[in-house]
Write a protein of this length. Structure first.
Length: 255
């Protein structure tokens, strides 16, 4: 009789991770405050899905999973998503027994910023795009747009078109942008909200300092502590409700 091998769970199962790993919608939006665990949790999700998803094309052939993590620019990716990726992989490998470590072995191409896993030839690429034309190149199974409010709608739209399974997005809600106007509330979009209390791994010192700053600044508290949408500075009409179409009783309105 074979004995089961007990392996300690190497995934820090934050609320962000648990929500997103179970999501089934084509577009999954993550709005949240600072230190809510959005980026870290979503990189965990991308790694697990990339390694475990089985996808067959129309001909019935199984495809190697390709995932794409997109940032505003490469420096931001290096400081955020790529750094989190390295930390997560190291944590997982350190927690696994020797006969399981090979599942997470990969080769990293620093020029193309592609991590290719030996286990199933799947890959995760980290990239940024300057325009919608460059975003049209290639199709992927999963796309994660990190700090999506730093990415234009024209680029985001092309990336979503080319995601075969699912697109994840995260951002701090400094002000409304295309996610609020074009995605949230639409069919096929799932919205998750998160804040400081959803991340059990925030260092006590950081938590104390953030709460203190929030008490001194109402706008900071709303956006970065609670994860609620802030207001655009300098706007003429601060209280606007967006609608999908003009009410039928109005034909035209001018100012």
């Amino acid at each position: 009789m074979n004995k089961a091998i007990l392996i300690p769970n190497p995934i820090h199962e934050s609320r962000v991770f648990l929500n997103n790993i179970a999501a089934t919608e084509p577009v999954v939006v993550n709005q949240g405050g600072t230190w809510s665990g959005k980026t870290f949790g979503l990189i965990q999700v991308v790694i697990i899905l990339t390694l475990t998803t089985i996808f067959k094309n129309k001909e019935g052939r199984e495809e190697n999973i390709k995932s794409l993590v997109v940032g505003q620019d490469v420096p931001n990716l290096k400081k955020g998503a790529i750094s989190d990726f390295n930390e997560i992989i190291d944590t997982i490998v350190d927690s696994f027994p020797e006969n399981c470590k090979h599942l997470f072995e990969y080769t990293y191409n620093s020029t193309d910023k592609i991590a290719k896993f030996h286990f199933n030839n799947s890959e995760i690429q980290f990239s940024s795009f300057q325009n919608k034309q460059s975003a049209k190149a290639g199709k992927r199974h999963y796309v994660f747009m990190n700090e999506a409010n730093g990415i234009s709608w024209s680029i985001a739209e092309q990336l979503m078109f080319r995601a075969k399974i699912r697109t994840f997005l995260d951002y701090n809600p400094d002000a409304p942008f295309w996610v609020h106007h074009k995605l949230i509330g639409k069919k096929g979009t799932r919205l998750f909200l998160s804040n400081l209390d959803d991340n059990d791994f925030v260092p006590p010192k950081v938590r104390t300092e953030l709460i203190a700053k929030g008490k001194a600044n109402a706008s900071f508290h709303k956006v970065y502590i609670l994860g609620k949408t802030g207001a655009t500075e300098g706007i003429v009409f601060p209280n606007v409700r967006w609608i999908q179409a003009m009410p039928k009783q109005y034909k035209r309105e001018a100012f």
